[in-house]
Design a protein around this ligand. Structure first.
Ligand SMILES: [Fe+2]
Length: 280
């Protein structure tokens, strides 16, 4: 197994392994260490059935229950499907590519998913990339004053923030009851593996800073968002069929792109998330 870091603030390609082989403990350990270090790992030219994808997913943790039953594979409910055919369930009835604004997955949970994995079944010949942002690099680039200012501050993560640039999928009453609606997490989040900090905000879900008046809270969130959205923290992944990709939701934001011709081009990815710890 070889690690090839991308020429970017995050991400590495792993070569020399076939994920369907029985990997030994030292390889699994090395993969998990590389995941913590590089945040995004890509292993190309894999050929995975949903069952195999689920087995591979366990290299990185236990499956986290997918949130929207309507998008899951019926025979493997821990595997979600992202496709160019998804409809807008927020009510317009129009087709809509999901995930097209910066976010980290399910941060309104007490224990948000540590990782998310995608397997590229089919991808457009052009467009449909996924963007990533290193919130660890962004934290490290903060001034010492700002690091001190956010130390000990917590953000209120809700299902759908009034700041969200897009309307989110409407949930059923059962889903709201089952998955909850909000949780408060530290803004400077410490990673459980290497102990480094990242900025744990989520533009579609963070409503305010806990205990701070709204004007001050809005100003500070705006300032941190402006800092985050700098090209120097970004990596853009161009998909190939057979790509297995995992990212770390604890130290990255991500977004999909709907800039391809969905009438002639198919984009189909399987998704698994892994359980995570409560952010500290
Ligand atoms: Fe996502």
């Amino acid at each position: 197994m070889k690690i090839h870091p991308f020429d970017a603030p995050l991400g590495a390609e792993i070569t020399g392994i076939n994920l369907t082989d029985d990997l030994d403990i030292s390889t699994i350990k090395a993969l998990n260490e590389a995941w913590a270090e590089y945040i995004v790992l890509c292993i190309r030219s894999q050929n995975l059935t949903p069952r195999e994808f689920l087995k591979v997913g366990r290299i990185f943790g236990e499956p986290f229950e997918q949130l929207y039953g309507q998008f899951n594979l019926p025979e493997f409910p821990d595997v979600g499907v992202l496709t160019h055919m998804d409809g807008d369930t927020a009510g317009s009835g129009k087709r809509k590519i999901r995930g097209t604004s910066w976010h980290t997955d399910a941060s309104y949970f007490e224990h948000p998913p540590a990782g998310t994995m995608l397997f590229a079944v089919n991808v457009p010949s052009d467009g449909g990339d996924t963007d990533f942002m290193s919130t660890r690099a962004a934290y490290n680039a903060l001034s010492e004053n700002m690091k001190k200012r956010i130390d000990g501050l917590n953000a209120v993560h809700v299902y759908e923030s009034s700041r969200s640039p897009r309307r989110l999928i409407k949930r059923t009453e059962d889903q709201v009851k089952k998955f909850g609606d909000q949780f408060v997490h530290p803004i400077a989040r410490t990673h459980p593996v290497h102990g480094e900090k990242s900025i744990y905000l989520n533009p579609i879900r963070v409503e305010k800073i806990d205990g701070m008046d709204n004007t001050e809270s809005d100003a500070l969130i705006d300032k941190l968002h402006d800092h985050l959205f700098q090209p120097r923290f970004h990596y853009r992944h161009k998909w190939q069929i057979g790509d297995f990709l995992i990212w770390d939701n604890r130290q990255a934001l991500h977004q999909a792109n709907d800039d391809y011709d969905w009438k002639t081009q198919e984009r189909k990815l399987y998704r698994i998330m892994t359980k995570g710890e409560r952010p500290i």
